[in-house]
Design a protein around this ligand. Sequence first.
Ligand code: GDP
Ligand code: MN
Length: 376
Amino acid sequence: MKVHEYQAKEIFKKYGILTPREKMCRTVDEVLGASKEIGLPCVIKAQVMVGGRGKAGGIKIAKNENEVKEHTSSILNMEIKGIPVKKVLVSEAIDIGTEAYLGIIIDRAEKKTVVMACKEGGVEIEEIARQRPEAIFKVYADSLLGLMPHRGREVGLFLYADPKLAFECAAVTSKLYKIFTDLDSSLVEINPLVVDKSGRLIALDAKLNFDDNGLFRHPDVEAMRDRESEDENELLAKEQDLSYVRLAGNIGCVVNGAGLAMATMDLVKHFGGEPANFLDIGGSSSPEKVMNALRILLKDENVKVIFFNIFGGITRCDDVANGILEAKKTLNIKHPIVARLTGTNEDKAMEILKEAGLIFAKTMDEGAQKAIELLK
Ligand code: GDP
Ligand code: MN
């Protein structure tokens, strides 16, 4: 689960990390009021849970009341990466001296929590990681002892030559680590971490993601969930017990089992296609579940072909076939469907789907290739 910048900063504040004076607002009037409290110039920031808001025009500095009105209404009418902006954060304008990056995630290869620091802040860290990985400084938390204080100091001394700033940064690193572990976070990030012209160390931006499996321990975090900002399809899938993750491609995959779903996406990629999603309909799939899965897929306008890859173990292929047939009738599916159904009751499934106009495949490879061909 993700939260907005303003919510993450509320948590930062609780843990004693310095953030700009700021206020979340939903209307131009609210922003006008807030800008009076905070003072001009102020920064108006779109609250959407995607990166690169700055580049997209979602962050603007307003020097007077007119600009406050103009910028706010333009940002509130904006979509950033397809997500409409419904809230803005009005923030004290900071006189930036330097911008750095500070973040914590799990390093799966090392099986440890890693703190990452970079002297270039405000830019996309993924980009730097690809092009100049040596610019990123990493320290690891001990799995038993946590993040040792000297590790935080290493981070501080990497980012800042001034010892006072380095030690302050070490303290911020410890606080960030405490947030990460206390709240079962999967990512916490300050980008940029700023030193302003008067030498204060300030978190100018904040990103905080949580491990969904830990949410039951944090009802206060769960209460921050902004349903309006989440992918509608992913929420729908969660309610129906389907694991769905939307991706950027155009081949909709319906698969049973997470491992098979991953393998299917890999194969689609291998043969030069792009999966539109990860979708695991789980074991013991009833026709109803197949229908629900297709309903979700069809909401994604990018989907041009549907690829069923089902291994019938506990799942019965005839159940899946009945689901497809029912869905074709009631949902009026026009997309070509490639089906590879193998295992329990596959013969019955073939019988059911004989007249349904599907394209059949015997193997996963064949299925993936046929799905890709159909795009042409
Ligand atoms: P992001 O683009 O979504 O990561 O949003 P950020 O909050 O990180 O802001 C992007 C950039 O806008 C920062 O790196 C700064 O360069 C600039 N910015 C944001 N707030 C301020 C501010 O108060 N003062 C100044 N001078 N620049 C700011
Ligand atoms: Mn940022």
